[in-house]
Design a protein around this ligand. Structure first.
Ligand code: CP
Length: 295
């Protein structure tokens, strides 16, 4: 059994195996393992697609999913996450799918007899999103090496950006980044300044959500003008290559970072990302609880 904490913990071969496994599940080419374990779902931050797809993925592989209700659990009485997981382990739970606002929260939990599946840790990492994004890229291009990707938007608060920049570079993709000044970081990312004259160069344009819950006061003044100034507007959509793909981890702010018209464009792969999230998370759960070649 394995933890699933950061995608960078895995070798390129292991990642390729997980992508192949996810696409086999999607195509119905692989029998579903019956893992028959109890799994806890602990979302300390809001989620729709990650939580539901992990729950569905666990169920499809024969597991029983129990949800920790934040309003009624003993976390509200001050019990720590460590002691909560220790309690769940004593009840026979083999793995916990956890989202937390605390970066690297899992580092304090690794001596427990329960496997951790990281469903997002603050602005640090979102490894299952990264795997489903890589799966979507591979599904569309059948390769990684040499592809040019532009990640644009709220880089500063995005765990998706950090996970993807790191892993896409490791897969030999060229990763450029575009952000308004308020969303830039001090990281050594390859920032571009002229979006309009460069957007036609990319195979993949990945948008990020303006994370209002993390910095409402910083962005509320620019929300109304954001799309034309910095977002994927219809004007910029018209400049994209015919065979480019458009990605966004969701949820999106419609007509803020992405124009409604983009959602009708055949190059938009956002719903494919959601679908691939289910199959990628099945591969992750089998990696953690199963006995498969990717282990
Ligand atoms: N992409 C993503 O993590 O979405 P949710 O917050 O809905 O899970």
């Amino acid at each position: 059994m394995n933890n699933f904490l950061q995608l960078s913990d895995l070798s390129n071969e292991q990642i390729s195996n997980l992508i192949d496994e996810a696409l086999c599940y999607k195509q119905g080419d692989k029998p579903l393992p019956n893992l028959n374990s109890d799994v806890a779902s602990i979302f300390l931050e809001a989620s729709t697609r990650t939580k539901i797809s992990f729950d569905l993925a666990a169920n499809k592989l024969g597991n029983n999913v129990v949800n920790l209700d934040l309003n009624t659990s003993s976390l509200t009485k001050g019990e720590t996450l460590y002691d909560t997981l220790d309690t769940l382990s004593s009840l026979g739970i083999k793995a916990a799918i956890i989202r937390s606002s605390q970066e690297r929260y899992y580092q304090d939990l690794l001596d427990l007899d329960i496997k951790i599946i990281n469903a997002g840790d603050g602005a640090h990492g979102h490894p299952s999103q990264c795997l489903l994004d890589l799966t979507t890229v591979y599904e569309n291009f059948n390769k990684f090496s040499g592809l040019k990707v532009l990640i644009m938007g709220d880089i500063k608060h995005s765990r998706v950006a950090r996970s993807n920049i790191d892993m896409m570079q490791r897969m030999d993709m060229q990763v450029d980044v575009y952000a308004p000044e308020i969303f830039k970081t001090d990281d050594d990312f390859n920032y571009i300044e002229d979006l309009d004259n460069n957007i036609a160069n990319y195979d993949i344009v990945m948008l990020l959500r303006n994370q209002l819950e993390r910095h409402a006061s910083e962005v509320e003044n620019i929300q109304d003008t954001y799309l034309e100034a910095y977002g994927l507007s219809t004007t910029r959509l018209a400049k994209l290559k015919d065979d480019a793909i458009i990605m966004h981890p969701g949820p999106f702010n419609r007509d803020v970072e992405i124009a409604s018209e983009v959602l009708k464009d055949p190059r938009n792969k956002i719903n494919d990302q959601v679908t691939n999230g289910l199959y990628s998370r099945m591969a992750i759960i089998n990696y953690v609880l199963g006995d498969d070649v990717s282990n």
